[in-house]
Structures are given as structure tokens and as C-alpha cells.
Design a protein around this ligand. Sequence first.
Ligand code: 13P
Ligand code: ZN
Length: 271
Amino acid sequence: MKDVLTAPFMVEMIRTVTNMYAHGWDERNGGNVSVMLDESQVREYLDGAGVKLKIPTGFTAPSLDGKYFLVTGTGKYFKNVQYAPEVNLGIVRLTAYGELAELIWGFEDGGSFTSEFPAHMMSHVARLKADPQNRVVMHCHPANLLAMTYVHPLDEREFTRTLWQMCTECIVVFPEGVNVLPWMLCGTNEIGEATAEKMQTARLVVWSQHGIYGAGKDLDETFGLIETAEKAAEIYMKIAHLPRLNTITDEQMHLLEKRFGIKAREGYLED
Ligand code: 13P
Ligand code: ZN
């Protein structure tokens, strides 16, 4: 059988979390990533692999029954993933309407999937409904987006408009805007449900005073979404205390809509 460490999905996951750490988004064990895998991808590398462990998830997600996920471990440091992927990552299959996760590979030190598993799985459910191509949910703690949640109103329209105004291409990358949750206790089903609800209308959900969630069809797209929002937040944090002499106007945003064939979230731009 082929070595799962050479699988493109594994190589890409290791590269991505290494890059997230290099960007300073994932101090210590901060952040978590889950990628939904096709059964054929898993069979190619792990056919016949037994179930190592059955872990109760603490929630129900019938639409994910039988689905496989490559996921980061709880308490694991992204900086270490490249040196010991089989300890820091795991491949699980959800069964019993999502109430059980069968560990097929990984977490070799007896570890388990991220404490944010509910937010990840519930977000997958929500995003798959909005876009059947969605495969990735990513959470991290980028400093400028986090900083912004201390000094900027959390109103989603205002928050989105500020980010759009910070770089010309923001509105092109996330025309649906950014949804925002107030501070909530992390690692719970409650924050998972709240995140999933916000994921129905946007691929980016800010967790105030904590971090951000992104979703997309692959790791590159999802990383790029967070990277773009974080860049905009960085510019905001550089200029927020200075008089604003110039900005990107709504009229100019409408030109971007036409040029790039995108549609800004309804009601977020003035006519
Ligand atoms: P885990 O180590 O359990 O993935 O938690 C990290 C984190 O960022 C919690 O929000
Ligand atoms: Zn976190």
C-alpha cells in the first residue's frame, strides 16, 4: 500500500500548517484545520486500515455520516507537524450520525482531534450546503484581526466595509463579507453552532478577542482568504489612529464589482 505521508492531501496539510505557524497565526497550540477527504483518496493509502479508536464527538451531524477528515490534534503545535505528522494529525471517519469519530490513522501518542471539532464539523455541514465543493475549515489567531476586535465596532456590515476599504482586492476575494461573533467560550458545541450559523452566509467568521474561521474548497483558497483579511486588518491597525485623508469609495467598489464580475453582499455598499 502507498505511504499516506506521501499523499498530496497530507503533503499540502503539512505545508499549510507550517506556513500558518510561519505567519505567526498559531502560537503554541493555537489554531486547528480540518480537510474533508474523498473515500477514494483514503482507500488509496489506507485500504484495510483498522479502526484504532472510537471517540464520541458530543454532537450529531447526520449529513457527515461516513465522511473522512484529516484534522489537527488538540494541544498540538503547528510548528511540530512537519517533524511528526503521525502524532500531530489524525484521519477520522464520522459514523453513527456524526456522534462517533473512528480514528483510522494518526494521533500516535494517544492524542485526539482538536477541541474545536464541533465548530469544524458544524461549519463543514453549513458550508457544504452553501457550496458542495467546500472541503476545508481553518481556524487561527492572526494578530491584526484579533486586535481589530478590541477597537472596531463588531457590527458585521461596518467590520466588512472597513476591511474592504483597506486593500483594493478585498471585496474581490471576499465579496460576501466577514461575519462576526461576540466573545464566546471556545471548544463548545454552542460556539460551534453559532459559527456554523454564520458560515451559512460567509466563508470568514471572526471570533472576537480570539481569532478567525475560514472555509474553502481547498487549503490554498482558505489560507488565502484569511491572509487577505488579515492583511486588511494590519493596514487598519496601522492607520486607525491617524486622520483618514483618502479611502476606497463605494463608487470605486462598484467599479471593482463590474471589472471582476463579483457582487458585494446585498446592502453593504451604498448605491
Ligand atoms: P486545540 O489545540 O484543541 O486545537 O485548540 C487550539 C485553539 O485555537 C482553540 O481555539
Ligand atoms: Zn483558537
